[in-house]
Design a protein around this ligand. Structure first.
Ligand code: NAP
Length: 297
């Protein structure tokens, strides 16, 4: 079959429903895809994980690891695989220098492997084109969680959003859309001006101690400790905190528990609440990313 990825072998190692959608799109674009641990793609009868992974990466022009990534022991996220899949140093040695390796977020082990073997490592979750689109299902997922957990409607509630980046902005918009009274906390004067332009209240972090007691629900998107014990102590006892920032989040969860505040870390929302949309986002972005990376000198 022709297509812009014709003649390119791509190894897909692990993943969930999102990668299954991406797998279809890569085939549709003519790539030769060897997938191990991707839902719905047969692994064969006589299954030897290491051999299957090795065979997949041999001769591959690009390697796709799951958006959810691999852990620090090298375990590849593959919830529907019957067997655990590991990226080992031996497997890594079979991936030649210059090979594009795509993953959502890379932990130190993978970064070490990439540096040792000279791969082009792409952490796709932080690419603007991915993060801006993923902010939509993330915002909807956060809204869903808030609706499930709150005893009041979001309409008319005091909803705080900490950090007006890609996720924070999309979230503030949907909260506004359902009639919440939106307050944004951000360190940047320009972002606070944008919030003001949208009709939201906007404050710097230095004002948080004065206003946090108004919040019915607080969404954090800042990947640094911002909801400290002293701030948590000033929140309403019935406040709901939804922390969207990457683990460990930006909330002192121990302090929140001690103060009996309900605080939830909510990772991976796009894959949970809208796997099809999240898969289509991958399908939209990865083929071009792979082609561009293969054209690099
Ligand atoms: P982003 O666009 O970079 O926004 C991050 C925001 O945090 C910006 O407003 C940034 O301010 C602010 N910030 C960063 N470090 C700060 C610090 N030390 N003090 C004060 N403010 C700080 O990132 P994003 O794409 O919105 O993602 C935000 C977080 O959500 C990340 O951790 C990401 O991994 C996570 N995420 C989670 C999900 C989920 O499903 N839970 C989905 C997508 C993303 P400046 O602009 O001034 O730097």
């Amino acid at each position: 079959m022709g297509g812009k990825l014709a003649g390119i072998k791509i190894a897909m190692l692990g993943g969930d429903d999102r990668e299954a959608i991406l797998h279809k799109e890569l085939l549709h674009l003519g790539a030769e895809v060897e997938a191990v641990g991707v839902p719905g793609v047969s692994a064969g009868e006589d299954y030897n994980c290491h051999e299957a992974l090795l065979k997949a990466v041999q001769g591959a022009g690009a390697i796709i690891l799951p958006v959810r990534g691999i852990d620090q022991e090298g375990l590849i996220y593959a919830p529907q695989s019957q067997f655990p899949l590991y990226i080992t140093w031996e497997l890594a040695a079979a991936i030649p220098a210059g090979t594009p390796v795509l993953i959502g977020v890379a932990r130190p082990l993978l970064k070490e492997m990439a540096a040792a073997h000279g791969w082009q490592l792409y952490e796709t979750a932080d690419l603007d084109e991915m993060a801006i689109l993923n902010a939509i299902p993330t915002a909807e997922g956060a809204l869903l969680l808030a609706m499930q957990e709150l005893p009041i409607t979001l309409h008319g509630s005091e909803a705080f959003v900490i950090g007006l980046g890609r996720t924070g902005f999309a979230l503030a918009r949907v909260l506004d859309g359902v009639g919440a009274r939106v307050t944004v906390i951000d360190r940047g004067a320009a972002d606070r001006a944008r919030a003001y332009r949208e009709g939201w209240q906007a404050y710097p972090f230095s004002d948080m101690a004065n206003i946090i007691k108004q919040a019915d629900v607080i969404f954090n998107t800042v990947p640094a400790l911002v909801l400290t014990e002293s701030l948590l102590a000033q929140t309403k006892p019935e406040v709901l905190i939804i922390d969207l920032a990457s683990a460990p989040g930006g909330t002192d969860f121990e302090a929140a528990a001690a103060l009996k505040r309900k605080a939830l870390l909510a990772p991976g929302l796009p894959g949970k609440v809208a796997p099809k949309t999240a898969g289509l986002i991958l399908a939209r972005i990865y083929p071009t990313l792979i082609l561009n990376s293969l054209q690099q000198p």
